[in-house]
Design a protein around this ligand. Structure first.
Ligand SMILES: Cc1cc2nc3c(=O)[nH]c(=O)nc-3n(C[C@H](O)[C@H](O)[C@H](O)COP(=O)(O)OP(=O)(O)OC[C@H]3O[C@@H](n4cnc5c(N)ncnc54)[C@H](O)[C@@H]3O)c2cc1C
Length: 286
């Protein structure tokens, strides 16, 4: 049997790039398929609700804490076989971008300085600058909460804008395989994207990236919020970034309630001004 180490009353603040949240009742970090299965069976036996976590860069956790078991993917291998990359779900997305671009492979130039994991990026089809995680995906290994593993080819996963059918399944993306294409300009492109991101986004602040999806008709949520004059709007410790209108930053002591109120206020003000209801991109556990 694989050994699992359960931590009780783990700070959720430390598990999210937002630095917001109470305590997780139980927390486990898994670094192999075997420990993941063991953890899921432990939870099943005790009827514990399971929450899957990557790097917490898209998660708003509640101040009152989360009951059940948080399982964080720390399966971290990276293997390159010509242009195919086999990579663990817990592997850093930014590092994947850096390594592949350095190896003159195109597909993940967008990923530099996105602080997520590969599993989280697949789950929500993360993307930027015209690239998406699903573009180069070949297949995903997924474990359900009964510990059964399925290998899904990309076409079985119905990817869309910041969405995939994985969002309807309960379980963990263990690892994935991507097929990239050679490109002599990948490293330079990645550098340029990262430079632009540093210019446009509040990367030094605590945030969870873009709060809202762009509305379907090609309009930018950030532009709408900016044009409505909402940059700098603050509730408690949560503030619309002055640098990027689609980012909310935690100025120090923001609560999940502050963020929820600010999100709702923006939605209402944008609806009143433009007749559009902005849909959340972030994962809330509220
Ligand atoms: C500064 C900053 C910039 C960002 N820029 C971008 C951007 O340009 N484009 C973009 O798309 N996003 C961006 N994000 C948001 C975020 O980084 C991405 O959505 C990222 O893919 C989330 O990965 P994660 O591992 O942190 O997921 P988490 O926040 O840990 O989890 C997000 C969701 O994915 C699920 N999940 C995570 N890992 C797994 C797994 N292994 N198996 C099953 N489910 C899983 C979780 O249950 C949760 O529902 C940004 C965030 C920040 C803070």
């Amino acid at each position: 049997m694989a050994a699992i180490k359960i931590i009780k009353q783990k700070s959720l603040k430390s598990l999210s790039t937002f630095g917001i949240g109470g305590k997780a009742e139980r927390f486990v970090s898994v670094n192999t398929t075997a420990t993941c299965r063991e953890t899921f069976l432990f939870a099943k036996k005790r009827h514990l609700p399971v929450h899957i976590l990557g790097n917490g860069s898209n998660c708003l956790f509640p101040d009152q804490g989360l009951p059940g078991l948080i399982v964080q993917n720390k399966i971290l291998f990276y293997r390159k076989k010509q242009n195919q990359i086999f990579v663990g779900g817990g592997y850093s997305l930014a590092l994947l971008g850096r390594k592949t671009a350095k190896n003159q492979l195109t597909g993940f130039e967008f990923a530099l300085s996105i602080p997520g994991s590969v599993g989280g990026a697949i789950w929500m089809n993360a993307g930027a600058s015209g690239q998406e995680t699903a573009d180069t995906l070949v297949k995903v290994a997924f474990m359900d909460l009964d510990g059964r593993i399925a290998i899904y080819p990309k076409k079985a996963l119905r990817f869309g804008y910041r969405s995939s059918s994985l969002q309807e399944k309960k379980g963990m993306i263990l690892w994935a395989c991507f097929l990239l294409s050679p490109s002599s300009t990948a490293a330079n492109q990645a550098r340029l994207f990262a430079q632009k991101r540093r210019q446009d986004q509040p990367l030094q602040e605590k945030s969870i990236g873009s709060i809202f999806k762009n509305p379907a008709n090609g309009i930018s949520a950030a532009r709408l919020i900016d044009q409505a004059g909402l940059k700098g709007l603050q509730i408690g410790g949560a503030k619309i970034s002055l640098k990027h209108a689609n980012f909310i930053i935690n100025t120090g002591n923001a609560t999940s309630g502050d963020v929820a109120l600010l999100v709702e206020k923006v939605q209402q003000m944008i609806y009143a001004k433009y007749g559009m209801w902005l849909e959340k991109e972030i994962c809330t556990f509220l």
